[in-house]
Write a protein that binds this ligand. Structure first.
Ligand code: DX5
Ligand code: ZN
Length: 223
């Protein structure tokens, strides 16, 4: 059984006080910090880039889990790796247009910096699309909302997608693949998400909009 890890997303934090936000998350039991990088191209909003990741790095010892919602991710790997990201995840949909081995090589490149490699798939992409890159993946992130905005509703069909991915990984012998789920997760639906086979839980609103951050993180861990 893989360890459950709770990765609060700072997308829901006060952007004028991100240093304080990550310190608060660490103090209240988070396992990693989920950083949503949006480039204004792959998704409409622009959030922040590698300089912000570098700034956040100084405020926590927790792993930084960087979710790159950006076009041409290969060109960004060096910057984010050098900024102090620990896990770097790129979207399948941003890579496929380059064809060939672009995604495979991007994941290898992330590992060559000594970082954990992740691939992300959006809700309408088939789970089987990433089968061929499993050998170079430490984590697969399944989006349970359309990427771009926090505060959306969890798509229930994600549960079957998690189970399908866990089975695919097990069949191929990747028993310790981390499966992360991101979007609309709260204490009501997190139990089913874990039962389906996910072990890394992202939550923005559920952590930052709650009155008691510690209790919110504990609830996500224990339900
Ligand atoms: C959406 C982001 C998510 C988002 C999750 O594009 O990738 O990480 O912050 O926020 P909630 O938990 O509010 O859905
Ligand atoms: Zn995210």
């Amino acid at each position: 059984m893989l360890n459950i890890k709770i990765a609060p997303s700072i997308l829901a934090a006060d952007f004028a006080n991100l240093g304080a936000a990550v310190e608060e998350l660490e103090k209240n039991g988070a396992d990693m910090i989920h950083c949503d990088v949006m480039d204004g191209q792959f998704v409409h909003p622009i959030t922040f880039g590698s300089q912000m990741v570098e700034a956040i790095r100084k405020h926590t010892t927790l792993p930084l889990d960087v979710h790159l919602m950006a076009e041409h991710p290969q060109t960004l790997v060096a910057d984010f790796a050098n900024a102090g990201a620990d896990i770097l995840s790129v979207h399948y949909e941003a890579c496929r247009k380059f064809g060939g081995r672009y995604l495979y090589e991007t994941l290898q490149m992330i590992r060559s910096y000594g970082k954990k490699s992740g691939v992300v798939i959006s809700p309408y992409t088939h789970v089987s699309s990433i089968h061929s890159v499993l050998p170079v993946c430490d984590m697969v992130l399944l989006m349970s909302v359309v990427p771009g905005y926090g505060g959306q509703k969890f798509k229930p069909e994600t549960l079957d997608r998690i189970a399908e991915l866990r089975e695919m990984a097990d069949v191929e012998g990747f028993y310790d693949l981390d499966i992360e789920v991101d979007g609309g997760i709260n204490e009501e639906n997190v139990g089913a998400i874990k039962a389906a086979g996910a072990n890394v839980i992202v939550a923005g609103s559920a952590v930052f909009k709650s009155a008691d951050m510690r209790a919110a993180i504990e609830a996500l861990r224990n339900r």
